[in-house]
Design a protein around this ligand. Structure first.
Ligand code: GDP
Ligand code: ZN
Length: 294
């Protein structure tokens, strides 16, 4: 039975991209799937039966390895955190919040600094260095001059990816640069009209020219940390792991404890100050949240 991936579902009709073919088949769900508890999402891998001259039928939904809630997409592999080098300025706080959310969901992370045609500020350069040293892939792009767009396209091959970042950084423009046929609305026109561009639309996965799928709707629109143990947060700041075993206390939160190897690494500039500061902000948020829960 042919397998494929759901690109979108609207009103009971699901567009399925059949594996190994360029063909998209519109399918209905087999009755028992319609009644099932599991909602079929874009990104779901499915088995379909195709009958000549008729629409296809989704017979089976294969297991998911991840599920994003907002927007609802299954099997996302990686999040592309998009910043612009200027207008709006890059925000280390926002970057770290998005990176933490992605790490918490076990998703890969790519950092994109867009609008490099406007030149790189010192602050942008500093941030590029920070994330590159940690080991995250960092790409400099311009949706306008197309610089870096090819590299980004290559980084999306074979994966389901989702962009995340503030409004205005150029997410729609980047998608249009990768995929001129996508025709996503860009700029502030719809914002001027006072309605969100993405509120009423269905999420759709866009097949990319070299393979891979990209969601047409940005992820992590809600930036609040999920509920988690305090001790888990440090695992999401992946460069801390190298130092944490040398802390005096085994359960060290690298916060107010003495003889903390992580804080020492910050003092020695092995860990970026902005990363540590954002860690503390998020940790305090978790602590406050925990204390107000009861
Ligand atoms: P989104 O809200 O993240 O989807 O951002 P948009 O794609 O709507 O872009 C916001 C504004 O930035 C628009 O006016 C775009 O024309 C502009 N923009 C996007 N990418 C670039 C770029 O690479 N260079 C420059 N100079 N402007 C860009
Ligand atoms: Zn410590």
């Amino acid at each position: 039975m042919p397998k494929g991936v759901i690109l979108k579902g609207v009103g009971g009709f699901y567009s399925v991209l059949i594996d190994g073919e360029d063909e998209v088949v519109v399918c209905r769900l087999r009755g028992r799937l319609r009644l099932g508890e599991r909602r079929v999402l874009p990104g779901d891998r499915v088995e379909v039966s195709l009958e000549d001259g008729e629409e296809g039928v989704v017979e089976e939904i294969l297991p998911r390895h991840s599920e994003m809630i907002r927007p609802p997409v299954a099997n996302v592999d990686q999040v592309v955190v998009v910043q612009s080098v200027a207008q709006p300025d890059p925000s280390p706080t926002l970057i770290d919040r998005l990176v933490v959310l992605a790490e918490d969901s076990h998703l890969g992370v790519i950092l994109v600094f867009n609008k490099v045609d406007q030149g790189l500020t010192d602050e942008a350069r500093r941030l590029v260095d920070i994330y590159w040293s940690i080991g995250y892939p960092v790409l400099l792009t311009s949706a306008k001059s197309k610089e870096g767009v090819e590299e980004l396209t290559d980084a999306l091959v074979g994966k389901i990816s989702m962009l995340a970042g503030l409004s205005g950084v150029g997410k729609s423009s980047v998608i249009n640069a990768i995929l001129p046929g996508a025709n996503l609305t860009t700029g502030s026109v719809s914002e001027r009209l006072g309605r969100g561009r993405h509120t009423t639309r269905h999420v759709e996965l866009l097949p990319l020219p070299k393979g891979g799928l990209l969601a047409d709707t940005p992820g992590f629109s809600q930036l609040q940390l999920p509920e988690m143990e305090r001790a888990r947060l440090q695992e999401l700041f992946i460069e801390f792991g190298k130092y944490a075993p040398q802390c005096r206390f085994s359960g060290c939160l690298h916060y107010k404890e003495p003889d903390c190897a992580v804080q020492e690494a910050v003092a020695q500039h092995h860990i970026a100050e902005s990363r540590y500061a954002n860690y503390v902000t998020l940790l305090e948020e978790l602590i406050e949240y925990e204390e107000n829960r009861y």
